[in-house]
Design a protein around this ligand. Structure first.
Ligand SMILES: [Fe+2]
Ligand SMILES: [Fe+2]
Length: 201
C-alpha cells in the first residue's frame, strides 16, 4: 500500500530545478517544509500530465513557494499556522518569499519572463483566493494536496488534532479549495489512504 512514509521520493528535476532546489534548501529548514516542497512538486508534475501548464514556471514556483518562512520568528510562524491563521503573518511569508525567490532566480540567470511569472505565483500563493493562470492553479492545488499526503501526519502532531478530525476537515474543504478536477480526485484518493492508516493505528 502507498503510505506517507514513501515520501520524499526521487524527483525528476531538470538541471535548473536541481540548482534552484539546492539554493532553496537552506530556506526550507522549518517544520517539514523540505518534504512538503518535494511532495508538492510531485503533485504538480502529476497535474501537468493532465493540464497544459508551463513546466518551467510551475516547477520553479513550486520549489520556491515557501522559501519565505525562515524570515519569520517562531512566534510569527505559530500565528501564521493552524486552522485560523493570522493573515498578516501569512502574507509576511509570501512577501519574504518573493524577495528570496527573486534573488535565487537572478543568481542562476533564469529567464526574466519566466522569473516574473514564478514570482507572481509565489506572491499570494496562500492569501489570494483566486488564481490568475493555469500555472497558478496547478501550484496552489499541489501545495494544498500535500496536506492529504506527506503533511497529514505532521499536521496531526503539530496541531495535536485527532487524525479522524483532520480527515473530516480536509474532506469538507475539498470542493472549495481545489481549482482542478484532477486535484479533487487525487485528494479523495489520498484521504482514503490516510483513513486506512488511521484505522491501523
Ligand atoms: Fe506558503
Ligand atoms: Fe506550501
Amino acid at each position: 500500500m502507498e503510505t506517507v512514509k514513501e515520501y520524499p521520493k526521487e524527483l525528476p528535476l531538470t538541471p535548473m530545478e536541481e540548482e534552484i532546489f539546492r539554493l532553496a534548501t537552506p530556506y526550507l529548514q522549518v517544520r517539514d517544509n523540505e518534504r512538503h516542497t518535494r511532495d508538492a512538486f510531485e503533485f504538480a508534475l502529476r497535474l501537468l500530465e493532465r493540464y497544459e501548464g508551463e513546466r518551467e514556471v510551475v516547477g520553479l514556483a513550486t520549489i520556491l513557494h515557501d522559501v519565505g518562512w525562515t524570515a519569520l520568528s517562531k512566534e510569527q510562524m505559530s500565528r501564521a499556522w493552524g486552522p485560523s491563521p493570522d493573515m498578516a503573518m501569512l502574507r509576511l511569508h509570501e512577501e519574504a518569499g518573493v524577495e528570496t525567490a527573486r534573488r535565487i532566480l537572478g543568481e542562476v540567470g533564469c529567464d526574466q519572463t519566466v522569473a516574473e511569472k514564478v514570482v507572481a505565483i509565489i506572491d499570494g500563493h496562500d492569501t489570494r483566493t483566486s488564481a490568475h493562470s493555469l500555472d497558478d492553479k496547478v501550484v496552489k492545488d499541489a501545495d494544498k494536496l500535500t496536506r492529504y499526503r506527506a503533511s497529514f501526519w505532521t499536521i496531526v502532531h503539530l496541531l495535536s488534532i485527532a487524525p479522524d478530525d483532520l480527515a473530516r476537515r480536509l474532506e469538507q474543504v475539498m470542493d472549495q479549495w481545489f481549482f482542478l478536477d484532477l486535484s479533487r480526485s487525487m485528494a479523495r484518493h489520498e484521504l482514503a489512504l490516510r483513513r486506512i492508516e488511521v484505522r491501523r493505528l
